[in-house]
Design a protein around this ligand. Structure first.
Ligand code: NAP
Length: 243
């Protein structure tokens, strides 16, 4: 059985992606870090539309945590494998660079970039061996392309994730594993709820923030058979804010 793993699947974009996989008939592993209540809510939502899901708690920034959770799942599911990986977990710790504490720099890089490395490296051997059309989607950001003031840590992490996407896509193409990045602009979620939406949406040609479901639809397409020849791409989804 082919499974999907969505890191940071408990809220926002990740939650919408879990529901998308459920609609596509793909069983999904909902990863979360600390918000078990939110993760259980996603599990219930998936089940309510007839989907199959399991919770898989781990901190993407901890190699030990990632390895033990995935190994436990693999031991319990010898006939299944993770064919779709969405590296979605992310955090913001914004500050002007000259005031940024070292911890905030490292925390953001650890979750976005090192998290991508730990989870992807763990799953890659099986994905490449099976040659069954594995899919890796990395949730980058407009910040990683354009750079955003107050977000040097976040922009650096997302920019590096984009570089890694392009490099890895070339390593895995012959094994039929595609690797793409999605670069959302402003999307309504817990991550953006402290932002002045009324002010910021004036910057967006579509005059609104995006919805998590709109990002999830793109993930769904990239995981479909129709998208099998798309790899190494960064796809913007930002209402015309930047291209
Ligand atoms: P969100 O609502 O804040 O949700 C973040 C998710 O990441 C939660 O499920 C959280 O788990 C999980 N997470 C955080 N740290 C983790 C860790 N160390 N290990 C495992 N999971 C962890 O964020 P969002 O807006 O949906 O964003 C999702 C992704 O899209 C992020 O990578 C973000 O950078 C990117 N993005 C978002 C926007 C936007 O406007 N919202 C724009 C561009 C890019 P818990 O529930 O357990 O805390």
């Amino acid at each position: 059985m082919k499974y999907a793993l969505v890191t940071g699947g408990s809220r926002g974009i990740g939650k919408a992606v879990c529901l998308k996989f459920a609609q596509m008939g793909v069983p999904v592993l909902i990863n979360y870090h600390s918000n078990e209540t939110a993760a259980l809510d996603v599990l219930k939502c998936v089940q309510s539309i007839g989907g199959t899901a399991y919770l898989l708690q781990f901190d993407v920034a901890s190699e030990k945590d990632v390895s033990s959770a995935i190994e436990r799942w693999e031991d319990e599911h010898p006939d299944d494998y993770i064919a779709y990986l969405v590296n979605n977990a992310g955090i913001r710790k914004d500050n002007l660079m000259f005031m940024m504490p070292e911890k905030d720099w490292h925390d953001v890089i650890d979750v976005t970039l090192n998290g991508f490395y730990y989870v992807t490296r763990k799953l890659l051997p099986k994905m490449m061996m099976r040659r069954h059309g594995g899919r890796i989607i990395n949730m980058a950001s407009l910040s990683g392309l354009k750079g955003m003031p107050g977000q040097t840590n976040y922009s650096a992490a997302k920019g590096a994730l984009i570089g890694a996407t392009k490099a890895l896509a070339q390593e895995t193409a012959s094994r039929n594993v595609t690797v793409n990045a999605i670069a959302p602009g402003f999307i309504e979620s817990d991550m953006t709820k402290d932002l002045p939406q009324e002010e910021l949406k004036k910057l967006v040609p579509m005059n609104r923030f995006g919805r998590p479901e709109e990002v999830a639809a793109l993930v769904g397409f990239l995981c479909s058979d129709e998208a099998g020849y798309i790899t190494g791409e960064v796809i913007n989804i930002n209402g015309g804010l930047y291209s």
